[in-house]
Design a protein around this ligand. Structure first.
Ligand code: ARG
Length: 485
């Protein structure tokens, strides 16, 4: 254990402007400087880097690894820097390679040579891993808030449209009538699982890499529990090599983000499709549409189109990082610096996509009559006829065959399924009850689907209430997780 005794006077040789310059005779080639620099993107980590450094410096002072007065001076300097970062006034120098060296240099400019004690018992390897964990915790929370907002809007719009009916589609062919509320609640489910995935990620972000050093820990008596707790982790990472080598939490975030973007792209695609003249189910508000520079009549769904397109980018971000990490020998390799751009890109893209989709759905005009007209197609109730036969004891395959013949008959004769009377239906199968053609009523068809998870009014109303309750619980959880800045 070091004692606060004889710390030598600090007289660093700054003849080399690189913190690692000691063993080098020549300067770095400018192309290499540019090639290896990451400050133009890892500046996004500045606030987490400083927060990590504050916790580290406090611990160094308290455990007597550096003089307490120096630790205090470092913490004060870092707090100033944090203020400047939050205010957006901290100038970062591209010649200083990365965010870590920028912060340390800025600190030295403010508090002098004592800044040179900050990096005691630390490497940029455990430092950047810690920064990333802090970043991911916040990025996941931001996205979860966005997912709550979009689901709230979907539930609100769904509530308005509990009695709006449209065809449900399989193979993009009209299949069976459903409530619009039921349709939109399907997205609420998908986005809910996306939020769960991101909430679950917190478990894999519970341990703090600080103290792992470059690879094997430190000979200095660092208090890893103290830094971990100060930064809101449950404890320190269990293996120093894993801590500096691994990026699976980032991969998990990217996977969750890619899945969520894929979900958004499906919602987006439906808005595009539904706003065509051919469907005419919805009209995007002017605020969420754009015009054509050439064709004056055009109102284009560029917002959902871009969301659809940006899903490709986020999938690419996931593949990028998977490929970077694949086959890397332990532990840290500079390849890992390539983790940041895809991560930041995915986080920002998903956050913004959620925001615009929330606005687009909130302001969407629903053309109830157009949906209803499409849902009125009696062919959508052919399954109901078959199931009526099943209820009369007919094996389903036989029922399917009989109703298939009825459909073919109607198509050939160009008549409406509902035009068939009891006698005609019975000609196809004598198990049809006398009131069989009453089955061919839209509302009745909806209401008969009254099992859990189906589209009957009472079930959908329950599902709306359940969705609201789940969102309330999720907001309470998010609040309880909120970190002090
Ligand atoms: N900019 C680097 C990164 O993002 C920081 C860690 C550098 N470590 C090193 N040994 N060169 O990965």
């Amino acid at each position: 254990m070091l004692k606060a005794r004889d710390f030598p006077r600090f007289a660093p040789d700054m003849s080399q402007d690189k913190p690692w310059g000691g063993r080098f005779q020549e300067g770095t080639d400018p192309t290499v400087e540019r090639f290896t620099a990451s400050i133009h993107f890892d500046r996004e980590l500045a606030r987490y880097d400083v927060r990590g450094s504050i916790a580290h410096a406090r611990m160094l002072g308290r455990s007597g690894v550096i003089p307490q007065a120096d630790a205090d001076a470092i913490v004060r300097g870092l707090e100033q820097l944090l203020g400047e970062i939050e205010a957006g006034t901290l100038a970062l120098d591209p010649r200083l390679e990365d965010v870590h060296m920028n912060i340390e240099t800025r600190l030295r400019e403010r508090i002098g040579a004592v800044a040179g004690r900050l990096h005691t018992g630390r490497s940029r390897n455990d430092q950047v891993a810690t920064d990333l964990a802090l970043y991911l915790r916040e990025a996941a929370a931001t996205v979860r808030h966005g997912l709550v907002d979009l689901r709230r809007v979907l539930v609100t719009r769904a509530r308005e449209h509990l009695d709006t009916v449209l065809p449900g589609y399989t193979h993009l062919q009209r299949a069976q009538p459903v409530r619009l509320a039921h349709h939109w609640l399907a997205f609420v489910e998908m986005l809910g699982r996306d939020a769960e995935r991101l909430a679950d990620l917190r478990k894999r972000l519970a341990r703090c890499p600080l103290g792992s050093g470059a690879i094997a820990g430190s000979t200095l008596p660092l208090d890893r529990d103290a830094t971990a707790r100060a930064l809101g982790f449950e404890g320190p990472t269990r293996n120093s090599m894993d801590a500096v080598a691994s990026r699976d939490a980032a991969l998990e975030f990217l996977a969750a983000a890619a899945i969520s973007m894929v979900h958004l792209s499906r919602l987006a695609e439906e808005l595009v499709l539904w706003s065509t003249a051919e469907f005419g189910f919805v009209e995007l508000s002017d605020a969420y549409s754009t015009g054509s520079s050439l064709m004056p009549q055009k109102k284009n769904p560029d917002v959902p189109e871009l969301v659809r397109g940006k899903a490709g980018r986020v999938i690419g971000d996931l593949v990028t990082l998977l490929t970077v990490v694949k086959g890397l020998p332990l532990t840290y390799n500079r390849d890992l610096q390539e983790d940041k751009e895809p991560l930041f890109d995915a986080a920002a893209t998903l956050r913004d996509s959620l925001a615009v989709m929330t606005g687009a759905v909130a302001t969407l005009r629903v053309r109830i009559d157009r949906m209803r007209a499409a849902a009125e197609d009696p062919m959508l109730l052919a399954t109901d006829l078959a199931e009526a036969l099943v209820r009369a004891g007919v094996p389903f395959r036989e029922a399917h065959e009989a109703v298939g013949k009825i459909v073919a008959h109607c198509l050939a004769k160009e008549i409406d399924l509902r035009a068939l009377g009891q006698r005609e239906l019975r000609a196809f199968h004598d198990a049809f009850a006398s009131d069989a053609n009453e089955l061919l009523a839209l509302e009745r068809a909806l209401e008969e689907r009254s099992m859990f998870g189906a589209t009957a009014r009472v079930r959908v109303a329950e599902a709306l209430d359940a969705a609201d309750r789940a969102l309330d619980a999720e907001c309470a959880l998010l609040d309880s997780e909120r970190e002090e800045p």
